[in-house]
Design a protein around this ligand. Structure first.
Ligand code: ADP
Ligand code: MG
Length: 987
């Protein structure tokens, strides 16, 4: 009921909006009719005229109003340009391609939707590439640069060249950003009126411009005015799950994956044996008429090995399935049940949560791995130990320091070990070869499970990638460290105006609205859709499902009807290919590696008798035209061997047939063994279905309400995935604010004509604070003039004696000013020795270097914090709130540290050696003692030992909240579990 009303409102709102555009369509067409009599030159002159006028407008609102005003005429110019190109033979990606398209009315509407900053939902084959030209042209007239974002580099080139003919004809310049371009080329491409490229190229350029470039000249982008994102769902939703990261090798690598691999392998083997025994036991118990015990055993098996083959076979039996569901329910019923569940888990070595993607060692597993050491999986309580050491009167100061260091070292090693083991276990139990990743050329390459695309160069974070590398026995790459990072969401939020187009946005309306403030307008097709979407065919097992699909393919192929076979993973596409080979059916397989060749294969997929197997993403963006006589055979037949987690991906696949009013047909094959059904299809309901229909081997089910229950499962996953993405974003928002501050400051440094002013600002800020810290009297704090001088003389080469400083003769404020003046004066003298042309660059470098190095360290620390706050979630604290609080403290720290580093390096950098030597000779003796030169804060007498380590220690805040507890005591966080299996675990 509710849904229906909602739909009605959305539907009518959409229709109202579209209806209001119709008069403008009419107007465009009338203007276009008049334009037809103009000469080419007269038409082209309009572009220049507009450009000149719009360039003069500064105010954003005025500019927007002006664009709205000229929209009808500008669109008419584009349409008329297309008409003039009609019949011309053009070259696109080195192939001849005749231009034979003039904007349809629905395309004009699409253009208006894009110009408004909405998403235009238009079915596959409706010509979205051409729709883009309207809004692109209009907005490019401002001269501020329009970015068109595509899903892969082949499409960027194809569309830029294809539509480029039209833009160039009208007098606009077009650029393409490609992977291997050097910065100068990139810059020139961004200077064009229109720039095509992939989201990662745009995003990485932004990161490089702001995180690495050290002068304006090195930056390539010139702002973020307007972006149109093609296949917007794929980019803003699917790709948005992994942030863009520029990383470099970590400075230290301490992993021991190789060392622990055999141990984990043994453990996994142990568990496999155990689970196979359980499977046999369950059968025996059931046969002996003990369904309750059988159910419990099956459920235990599911906890330990959810994809166990025997388990899946048992569950084909409705009695067994019912018994298991019943046993499971018992455990979730009440507190006693929950306690029993904890005990049940302890009968396994580890448990696997497929849905949450987690694998947890049990006590039994931990004992197996470390039989002799009960503390092997517990981190020491550092703070308490520190306090104990501090209070130990028998120890001297240096003994205390040494003891603390040893403690810290033990803790680091221990936590590294626990972490390595946990990641290895995950790698073995949850990451399957040819599903989550493939191994190629001795490398582990991630496969995007959404799109089936390989993601070269991307790595799982937090050591997981290394763990999988260890599992596969390939070279383990050094750990990497984040140098710069941004989520796709936050990159695209930089644009003043954003819009997008796709065939499938409707199911994600909420997300587009909440996260990007993008509304969706559904645009009707140019001709009525003739596609036949059949009911799903549902089977008990995968095997039966695949057999049936192969039969259907064989049948269609026999009649000459082309078939597009959609699979959900690389593994499944290879399985399909083997099955078709056995049947001697010729076919092509796409798994999205070579976009260009694939586009060609895809474009032939509609020919008579063609069979094409494809993972979801492969070759998207190229449409499938029907061959001679294929329409009579029913057009393209889309056969999917699995329902995807997300309905949107299914809709995309369906949309591949029946383009532009062609005939076409689509059918999905589903089995109860599919991941989607096992994890999200309400299990008891499936049991009922199987009972009601009494499914036999090879039999299929087909009914509209079965489609609905599959869809319910999909909606459940979609919702969960949305929440996960939202969560990622909420965390990144914290980082985003910090990034804005840091990048803003960086840009200020790069832009400033006189960077010395910024340096003097820092001196003015830091020095009086330090002076106050040392000299002001407060409770338990004696003024420490000696300490201040020590700090001054180790940071700046002033060689200030206490006589010359005469600190006692002034007030604290006066002293602050006096020292600022002395330092500035000395700095001016040092700077005078530098090459006058280079000194500004040097000053910029001093600041940027400090910002970049410490910001990267900060990013690393923030990664650690993210991990740490999740552990705190045990204490019923909201990890996000914890993250925000700590991130803030760390950021304030970062800013102080950056300033400190600027001061430290100020006198230690030079543009010429002579000046440098001169400077060295004028520095006080102390500075040439390396330990002080490297870390002046560590100089003896420094009253601020805290500051000696600039990176905040992340483990500490966690431990600080926990009073000491024994391993078997109730956990102080209040969870009710034992400490060792709760906060004390940390595994
Ligand atoms: P989409 O991106 O919407 O799936 P494309 O932009 O790839 O579709 O275009 C699909 C096909 O439709 C292309 O072959 C294109 O030449 C053709 N096409 C687009 N617009 C028109 C038009 N106005 N008239 C004729 N053909 C068109
Ligand atoms: Mg397209």
């Amino acid at each position: 009921m509710f849904n229906w009303i909602l739909k009605k409102i959305i539907g009518s709102k959409n229709q109202r909006e579209l209806r209001r555009m119709l008069p403008i369509v009419k107007q465009i067409n009338e203007i276009e009719a008049d334009l037809q009599s103009l000469s080419d030159e007269a038409l082209q002159a309009k572009t220049q005229e507009w450009k000149e006028r719009l360039l003069k407008i500064q105010d954003a609102d005025v500019l927007a109003a002006e664009l709205d005003a000229i929209l009808p005429e500008a669109f008419a110019v584009v349409k008329n340009g297309a008409r003039r190109l009609n019949g011309r033979e053009l070259i696109v990606c080195d192939h001849p391609l005749p231009w034979n398209m003039i904007h349809f009315d629905v395309q004009l509407i699409g253009g208006m939707v894009l110009h408004r900053g909405h998403i235009a939902e238009m079915a596959t084959g409706e010509g979205k590439t051409l729709v883009g030209t309207l809004a692109v042209y209009l907005n490019a007239l401002t001269g501020r640069g329009v970015h068109v974002v595509t899903v892969n580099d082949y499409l960027a080139r194809r569309d830029a060249e294809w539509m480029g003919h039209l833009y160039k004809f009208l007098g606009l310049s077009v650029g393409i950003i490609e992977n291997d371009q050097p910065p100068e080329v990139r810059r020139s491409q961004y200077q064009c009126d229109i720039t095509y490229g992939t989201n990662s190229e745009f995003g990485f350029d932004y990161l490089r411009d702001n995180g690495m470039a050290s002068s304006r000249e090195q930056q390539v982008q010139r702002g973020h005015y307007f972006a149109i994102v093609d296949e917007v769902d794929s980019i803003l939703i699917d790709e948005a799950r992994t942030p863009l990261i520029i990383s470099g090798p970590a400075t230290v690598s301490t992993h021991q994956y190789d060392r622990f691999k055999p141990l984990i392998e043994q453990l996994v083997r142990k568990q496999n044996m155990l689970c196979n025994r359980l499977a046999t036991e369950a059968r025996e118990l059931a046969d002996a008429g003990k369904p309750a015990e059988a159910g419990r055993t099956l459920f235990k098996l599911k906890l330990g090995q959810p994809r166990n083959k025997a388990l899946l076979r048992h569950l084909e039996d409705t009695e067994m399935r019912k018994a298991m569901d019943k046993a499971e329910l018992e455990f979730y019923k009440d507190n006693d049940g929950k306690a029993a569940l904890v005990a049940l888990k302890e009968e396994l070595y580890f448990t696997i949560e497929e849905r949450q993607h987690e694998a947890d060692l049990t006590e039994m597993g931990r004992n197996y791995l470390n039989p002799d050491d009960i503390n092997a999986f517990v981190l020491p309580d550092l703070l308490t130990e520190y306090a104990d050491i501090e209070n130990d009167k028998a120890l001297s100061q240096s003994e205390k320091t040494a003891k603390k260091a040893a403690c810290q070292q033990y803790c680091d090693a221990q936590s590294e070990r626990i972490h390595n083991i946990t990641q290895l276990l995950k790698a073995y139990c949850l990451y399957e070869k040819d599903v989550e990743y493939v191994v190629e050329e001795n490398k582990v390459m991630i496969v995007d499970t959404f799109t089936g695309r390989k993601m070269p160069g991307r790595r799982w974070s937090d050591g997981l990638h290394q763990a999988v590398e260890a599992k596969e026995g390939v070279q383990i790459d050094r750990e990497t460290q984040t140098l710069a990072t941004i989520t796709i969401q936050n990159y695209f939020r930089l644009y003043q105006k954003l819009s997008g187009m796709t065939g499938t946005a409707e199911t994600e309306v909420n997300e587009f609205h909440d996260i990007y403030r993008l509304d969706v307008n559904v645009i009707p097709t140019n001709r009525p859709i003739k596609r036949l979407d059949e009911n799903d065919r549902i089977y008990k097992t995968r095997r039966e499902k695949y057999n049936a699909a192969v039969e259907a393919i064989k049948d269609a192929h026999g009649r000459g009807q082309p078939v597009l076979v959609g699979t959900a993973s690389v593994e499944a596409s290879e399985l399909m290919s083997r099955m078709l080979k056995l049947q001697k059916i010729p076919h092509s397989v796409l798994n999205a590696k070579f976009h260009m060749q694939e586009a060609e294969i895809v474009s032939r997929a509609g020919l008579r008798g063609a069979v094409t197997i494809s993972t979801n993403m492969a070759g998207r963006g190229t449409d499938i035209k029907l061959g001679e006589g294929v329409a009579e055979l029913g057009g393209l037949f889309v056969i999917a061997t699995e329902r995807h987690e997300s309905r949107r991906i299914d809709r995309q696949l369906r949309g591949r047939c029946a383009r532009q009013g062609d005939p076409g047909r689509s059918r999905f094959y589903v089995s109860f063994e599919d991941d989607l059904m096992r994890n999200f299809g309400a299990s008891d309901r499936m049991t009922k279905i199987m009972e009601t229909f009494g499914l036999k081997e090879g039999e299929e089910l087909e009914h509209p309400w079965l489609n609905r229950s599959v869809e319910t499962a999909q909606k459940r996953v979609e919702q969960r995935n949305y929440l996960m993405r939202k969560r990622t974003l909420e965390f990144d928002d914290v980082m985003n604010q910090q990034r804005e501050v840091v990048y803003g400051y960086r840009n200020e440094v790069m832009d400033s004509e006189n960077p010395r002013d910024l340096i003097i600002e820092v001196i003015n800020e830091v020095v009086p604070k330090k002076v106050a810290l040392f000299l002001e009297e407060s409770e338990g704090n004696e003024p420490d003039a000696e300490g201040l001088l020590q700090w001054i003389n180790t940071t700046f080469p002033l060689g200030l004696s206490s006589e010359r400083a005469a600190l006692a003769s002034r007030t604290v404020e006066e002293n602050g000013q006096f020292l600022v003046d002395t330092i500035c004066d000395s700095y001016q003298r040092k700077a005078a020795l530098e090459h006058p042309d280079a000194v500004r660059g040097l000053e910029r470098y001093v600041i940027l270097n400090a910002v970049d190095r410490l910001w990267q360290e900060h990013l690393y620390a923030m990664d650690g914090l993210r991990e740490a706050v999740y552990l705190r979630a045990f204490g019923q604290k909201d990890p996000l709130v914890e993250y925000k609080n700590d991130a803030y403290v760390m950021f304030v720290d970062l800013m102080d540290t950056i300033k400190g580093e600027v001061l430290t390096n100020l006198f230690r950098s030079t543009t010429n050696l002579q000046a440098f030597e001169h400077m060295l000779s004028s520095m006080p003796q102390m500075l040439s003692r390396p330990e002080f030169a490297l870390n002046p804060e560590a100089a003896p007498g420094s009253s601020n030992p805290e500051e000696a380590s600039p990176t905040p220690r992340l483990e500490l805040p966690l431990k600080r909240e926990l009073p000491k507890a024994g391993r078997n005591d109730a956990c102080p966080c209040g969870s009710g579990k034992k400490f060792k299996s709760c906060c004390g675990r940390l595994a």
